[in-house]
Design a protein around this ligand. Structure first.
Ligand code: 16G
Ligand code: MG
Length: 568
């Protein structure tokens, strides 16, 4: 095939694709069908270069279309080290617009270079994408620590620069949330280097620390100590750099990839949350110490403490509990503002967003606090979109991905109000509450869930409350739950509604699932097709572990009966 195929993508727009390398591509492998899904394209790294090249083209086109800087991140998050993946950050720093996902899918699966060219031509025409000669496409590139990242970066750059005028800026090895943060900052005309990221996080952390009420017991002894499992990935390395700018907190990073540990192997937030055991490098010496775990690209965070029984078991403090801690703190500050600030014309609306995987006990707890709890399907893009509807929207998945979004109008109001209060009622409770909220909006990543910024916020809130990890974990007790995977002939046959809580197809399945659920006290169960694996997932919750296991097992059998086992 022609390696340097020159052609004009759009005759009217002079947007030529200069070359077409990587012709032996994943799309020609039998049985491989790529889907952008919830987390971008992921596969064994050895077959990904053409996909990454194509996503490079897509990123440059997206930049031309939006006239903004776009991000391209090379990572497979918590997958094994031999995998890699690629995903796009939109101008806001959020996930790629869902409107473009079908294009991403067809682009990645185009069987021949000619098909690819035709697809691009048609898409450019349909979307009316042109290069006006003034603002060329610009794409910021990031990659995690995977050894395959370098070669894939090269493929991405070639894809990007195959669009005339397009600029690919390599930002180096980064966490996924760092890249999203940088894209957002660039498009807002703000400083966007890694140093700027570290400075923003550390200065807002300092500000929150300074605002801790003096009567609250600050951490002492072992309590200012945190041990972090870095998943042998990029997060630990960045945390070590960040902590040099912090005071009032002693962080020990383990599994930082330095001592021969393998990325995500027996370590990391995904492992800890799913297996509920200590990650490698942790054990009985850590009983009683506050521990946290990041995933491979540091967009997930969970906490845990090692149980004293001498086993490898842990008390897991998952995304739901991080959400609950954040919600308590934000609610406290908002109620000071809403009740005590007479000038408060901006009664801020706080909304919580969870998925069906949130433990029912966490939802009950949040509702008992009087908070509005909303549900969306699984996947950050859905949670993020919903949270953005509120003045302050807090979203988390149980797996530890989440953040707090502040509306621009609330941030603007807080900025103005804190200025006013600093001259008229300096040191008042109202001023402190407004300053705290403003600092949280700067500390917590506004683009995407970020384990590093989330970790700093957890730490400062625990200090603010004077709480140990055990006190925090006692906020509520999780209902026992069980997750199962069912391999079926075609998982796309399962269609769900109401934020994945109800199966609408195949017909009749939900009815028999309901008939099972009613047999169990506090029973809850749902069935959904995975977005990342070729399986159907079953989640069940009930008042005892045996009951949760039994409910999950019976429903898994029903799924199997309705959908048939996978035939290879
Ligand atoms: C992806 C999603 C995560 C979701 C998970 C569910 C993003 C960035 N990541 O990792 O939010 O919880 O998929 O996987 O959206 P599943 O569909 O296989 O259950
Ligand atoms: Mg991740």
């Amino acid at each position: 095939m022609n390696k340097n195929l020159s052609f004009s993508v759009h005759p009217l727009t002079s947007c030529p694709l200069k070359s077409f390398p990587y012709t032996s591509d994943i799309s020609s492998l039998p049985g491989v069908k790529l889907s952008y899904g919830t987390a971008g394209f992921r596969a064994d790294a050895s077959i990904l270069s053409s996909t990454v090249y194509r996503v490079g083209i897509l990123a440059a086109l997206r930049s031309l279309k939006t006239q903004s800087v776009i991000g391209l991140m090379i990572t497979a998050s918590h997958n094994k080290v031999s995998d890699n993946g690629v995903k796009i950050a939109d101008p806001s720093g959020g996930m790629l617009s869902q409107n473009w996902e079908p294009f991403a899918d067809t682009l990645a699966n185009a069987p021949t270079p000619q098909d690819l060219i035709q697809l691009i031509e048609e898409f450019v025409k349909k979307e009316d994408i042109s290069f006006n000669g003034v603002r060329p496409a610009e794409v910021l590139l990031g990659r995690d620590t995977r050894p395959s990242g370098d070669a894939l970066l090269k493929a991405a750059k070639e894809g990007i620069t195959s669009i005339v005028g397009a600029v690919a800026t390599d930002m180096g090895i980064l966490t996924t949330p760092q890249l999203h943060w940088m894209v957002r900052a660039r498009n807002k005309g703000m400083k966007a280097s890694e140093q700027d990221y570290f400075e923003q996080l550390s200065s807002s952390f300092r500000c929150l620390m300074d605002l801790i009420p003096s009567e609250k017991s600050k951490f002492n002894g072992t309590n200012d100590r945190l041990v972090v499992d870095g998943a042998n990935g990029v997060g630990g390395i960045k945390l070590e750099a960040l902590q040099k700018l912090l005071s009032g907190l002693i962080i020990e990073v383990r599994n930082d990839g330095e001592n021969g540990g393998v990325l995500n192997e027996g370590v990391g937030a995904d492992f800890v949350q799913k297996e509920k055991v200590v990650p490698y490098g942790f054990g009985s010496k850590d009983v009683g110490i506050r521990c946290a775990s990041l995933d491979g690209d540091a967009d997930r965070l969970v906490y845990f403490s090692v149980l004293p029984e001498g086993s490898s078991r842990i008390a897991l403090v998952d995304g739901d509990k991080i959400l609950s801690l954040f919600a308590l703190f934000i609610r406290e500050q908002l109620s000071i503002l809403n009740e005590q600030d007479l000038k408060n014309s901006h009664q801020a609306h706080l909304g919580i967003v969870q998925t069906a995987y949130a433990n029912g006990a966490s939802t009950n707890y949040l509702k008992q606090l009087g908070l509005e709890v909303n549900f969306t399907p699984t996947g950050v893009k859905y949670l993020h979109e919903k949270a953005a509807e509120f003045d302050i929207g807090i979203y988390f998945e149980a797996n530890g991905h989440g953040t707090i979004l502040f509306s621009e109008s609330l941030v603007g109001w807080l900025e103005a109000r804190t200025k006013e209060l600093s001259s008229k009622s300096k040191g008042s409770e109202v001023e402190k509450a407004a300053l705290r909220l403003l600092a949280v909006s700067k500390l917590i990543n506004q683009a995407v869930g970020d384990a590093l910024s989330g970790l700093l916020l957890v730490e400062v809130i625990l200090q603010h409350m004077g709480w140990s990890i055990h006190r925090w974990n006692e906020l509520y007790h999780d209902l026992p739950s069980r997750q199962l995977k069912v391999k079926v002939a075609d998982r796309t046959a399962v269609i769900t509604a109401n934020a994945e809580t109800v199966v609408v197809s195949p017909p009749g399945l939900q009815e028999v699932v309901n008939a099972e659920i009613v047999k169990y006290p506090q029973g809850r169960c749902f069935v959904r097709p995975s977005g990342t694996e070729d399986v159907v997932r079953v989640y069940a919750e009930a008042s005892t572990q045996e009951a949760a296991d039994s409910l999950a097992n019976s429903v898994a059998k029903l799924v199997d009966q309705f959908l048939g086992s996978k035939t290879s």
